[in-house]
Design a protein around this ligand. Structure first.
Ligand code: OOG
Ligand code: NI
Length: 417
């Protein structure tokens, strides 16, 4: 039998191979990431694996997908449970500046042993079609109608996912079927895109068009993990790949790495087919998919996170100076202020790696790859989407990331032992 973690590893690897074929610049990104990681490991043999073994880091990916309705979100949850991935965290990107008309969660393993085996996670966003700040009643009706007519996930795929979740794995034949069906769902479709409809949605929001303007879904990006993101950024730029203008998250420094630093290359033009109003089909292109890379650091407590948010909220020109003068310079200091989570197995302190996302960075990642910003109509009230209402759509609890880190710290004995 192929156990759930084996299914998850195969799924992440299969998506990575597929995306490398679809978006060749992603294959370059993975290649450069592997070189940077190998160089970092030989330059820092004692510390390079402090936040995860090199085998975990080499296989580590996160993906991003976008769906249109609570029913689709529900199916996503069934599918990912078959890979041992559960919803963690609630991100309201409508609050970002400029806003993105989605609410999101991340599906990932929650058990430390499972994370160590393969931490594949997928940032999953759902379009908020009932939010009047973005969609008027007429457009919502058309969108909901369009979305209700499509089926993203075949029944056979969902039943394999349920069986894997119930039995803790699948036999070899079913495992291969499951992984290959799950992968092909996220492949870029060659179905013609209804150009009039796509452009109508694009006028409201490019993300709405990417989600609700097409009959399928697709991986939006896939992200390898790198041990030195500044080095990676420089090497990609030297290869002539246009990166976004900055690295999102904490500034570069020589103190302890915390949370998450991310950067991406600009969305590339990909060939797509378009259906025109007269019924003819023509070739064109769309720019929505890209490659991203990330460096992960130590998970912060609510208090540590509050300091992070405060420092990052200052004028961008001052962030680095504020950070250097105010953020704790060592793991000892982080521990003393209870700003970060650690394990204490056998009395040895080890940092807990941050497994989640950052809303401000996520908004920056969304934004850097859209040609147009979304305008929201002021004066209207936003539809009520909360962690609880998203959990209801999903049909299961959304885990609180702090709760998971705290539990891991406590189960290892907690500080002071
Ligand atoms: C998701 C953007 C968020 C990240 O790494 O913060 C994200 C999207 O573009 O669909 O992936
Ligand atoms: Ni991402």
């Amino acid at each position: 039998m192929a156990e759930i973690h084996e299914l998850r590893s195969r799924f992440a690897a299969a998506l990575s191979r597929m995306y490398g074929r679809e978006v060749p610049a992603y294959a370059t990104l993975v290649e450069v990431t592997e070189q940077v990681n190998a160089d970092f490991l030989s330059a820092h043999p004692d510390s390079a694996e402090r936040l995860g073994s090199i085998s975990r880091v080499t296989a580590e990916r996160h993906g991003a997908i976008r769906v249109g309705t609570p029913a689709e979100m529900h199916d996503v949850a069934v599918l990912f449970a078959g890979f041992g991935m559960y919803p963690v965290g609630f991100y309201d990107l409508r609050e970002a500046a400029p806003p993105v008309p989605v609410v999101s969660t991340a599906f990932r393993p929650i058990d430390p042993d499972e994370l160590a085996r393969n931490p594949f996670r997928v940032f999953t966003s759902m379009l908020t079609t009932s939010d009047r700040r973005f969609f008027d009643a007429d457009l919502q009706r058309q969108l909901d109608g369009f979305l209700s007519r499509r089926r993203l996930f075949p029944d056979v795929l969902l039943s394999l996912a349920r069986r894997a979740a119930d039995d803790g794995g699948l036999d070899e034949t079913q495992a291969q079927r499951f992984v290959s069906l799950a992968t092909s769902v996220f492949e870029l479709s060659h179905e013609p895109v209804d150009l009039g409809w796509y452009r109508e949605l694009e006028r409201v929001s490019a993300v709405a068009a990417d989600i609700g303007g097409v009959t399928g879904t697709h991986i939006n990006h896939l992200t390898p993990r790198v041990l030195d993101i500044d080095d990676l950024y420089a090497r990609m730029a030297a290869r002539g790949i246009a990166m976004i203008d900055r690295i999102q998250g904490p500034p570069r420094w020589d103190g302890p790495p915390v949370l998450l630093r991310q950067t991406s290359f600009r969305a590339l033009a990909e060939p797509r087919r378009f259906a025109l109003p007269d019924g003819s089909v023509t070739d064109g292109e769309l720019r929505v998919r890209f490659g991203e890379v990330e460096a992960r650091g130590i998970a912060l407590t609510e208090a540590g996170r509050a300091l992070y948010d405060e420092l990052l909220d200052t004028d961008p020109a001052n962030v680095k100076g504020m950070w250097d003068s105010r953020f704790p310079r060592s793991e000892d200091e982080l521990e003393k202020h209870e700003f970060a989570y650690f394990t204490y197995d056998d009395g040895v302190r080890a940092p807990i790696v941050y497994e989640d996302f950052l809303p401000k960075s996520a908004a920056g990642i969304f934004r850097s790859n859209l040609d147009t910003d979304t305008a929201s109509t002021s004066g209207e009230h936003g539809a009520d989407f909360s962690r609880a209402s998203l959990a209801e759509a999903i049909g299961r609890d959304i885990h609180d990331p702090y709760e998971l880190y705290r539990r891991q710290q406590e189960q290892s004995g907690g500080p002071g032992r």
